[in-house]
Design a protein around this ligand. Structure first.
Ligand SMILES: NC(=O)c1ccc[n+]([C@@H]2O[C@H](COP(=O)([O-])OP(=O)(O)OC[C@H]3O[C@@H](n4cnc5c(N)ncnc54)[C@H](OP(=O)(O)O)[C@@H]3O)[C@@H](O)[C@H]2O)c1
Length: 250
């Protein structure tokens, strides 16, 4: 059976945990060569040891220089870039009147500006490759408001606008899409629960509220990400795909 991402060079941000780790694992199984990004050196190095043909590059992606470093590392290690999986994200919780300006800024920088930075530095390289693609991990929070999540909701909605704008600007050379997960069983979901009226039951309630009566797993997302970056999705661009166990229908 042929591998779907054989020799494709992929940068995966937020690869040290949750969905990014699952995405990196799926991509690796399909023959990708990986640049793994995150701040946690221990977890990043451990994953890079486990996955064939992968390196970990530590850095804070809310800073433009860290994104430049990821592109430079991909080029010096593998000589090209085919795929960006822009997955890293943060919450920055608190209602507008309480949220410190620095926290608002950090969330916007991580969830939105980082997408711009890495795309800006990588797109000239992506344009040199056939079948290159960018996949943004947004959220159902792009469409739906959650208590104490103003920076998160705003940044995720804006990430979809950026996705669509870039999809138009760089077609037909680069396919650019997003995914909008519902509640997925990762550390970020448990942090997010702290912002709800009943934090102790918020995660359980979210699982019950899905039509399919469970949380998503990181690998549910890994499988969709693999589909969207592979040639199986070669006629899909400018789209945001919801993956939420049906919760948006409730
Ligand atoms: N879990 C959910 O229910 C859910 C639902 C919808 C969308 N999402 C989105 O899915 C994406 C992945 O989140 P997850 O749920 O898998 O959460 P997670 O397990 O907490 O992982 C978050 C990842 O983002 C990285 N990260 C955060 N800030 C960073 C920064 N400034 N610089 C570099 N890396 C940074 C973290 O790396 P380090 O810790 O190593 O820095 C970590 O690898 C996020 O964009 C999130 O908004 C999550």
């Amino acid at each position: 059976m042929s591998l779907k991402l054989k020799n494709k060079v992929c940068i995966v941000t937020g690869a040290t945990s949750g969905m990014g780790k699952a995405i990196a694992e799926r991509f690796s199984e399909e023959g990708a060569l990986l640049i793994l990004s995150g701040r946690d050196i221990e977890r990043g190095e451990k994953l890079a040891k486990k996955l064939k043909h992968s390196i970990f590059v530590a850095g804070d992606i809310s800073k433009s220089a860290s994104n430049k470093k990821l592109v430079e590392a991909a080029l010096s290690q593998f000589g090209k870039i085919d795929i960006l999986s822009l997955n890293a994200g943060t919450l920055g919780l608190g209602k507008v009147t309480k949220l410190p300006i620095a926290s608002w800024q950090r969330t916007l920088d991580t969830n939105l500006s980082a997408l711009f930075y890495l795309s800006k530095f990588a797109i000239p390289e992506l344009l040199k490759q056939d079948g290159s693609t960018i996949l943004i991990n947004a959220s159902i929070a792009a469409y739906k408001s959650f208590p104490n999540h103003p920076a998160y909701c705003a940044s995720k909605a804006a990430s979809l606008a950026l996705m669509k704008q870039m999809a138009v600007e760089y077609a037909p050379g680069i396919r650019i899409n997003a995914i909008c997960p519902g509640p997925v069983d990762t550390p970020l979901l448990y942090d997010s629960a702290k912002a709800f009226g009943h934090p102790g039951t918020a995660v359980e309630n979210a699982a019950k509220a899905t039509l399919l009566k469970r949380l998503g797993t990181p690998d549910d997302i890994g499988k969709l990400a693999l589909f969207l970056v592979s040639d199986d999705a070669s006629w899909i661009t400018g789209t945001a795909m919801t993956i939420d166990g049906g919760i948006m229908n409730v």
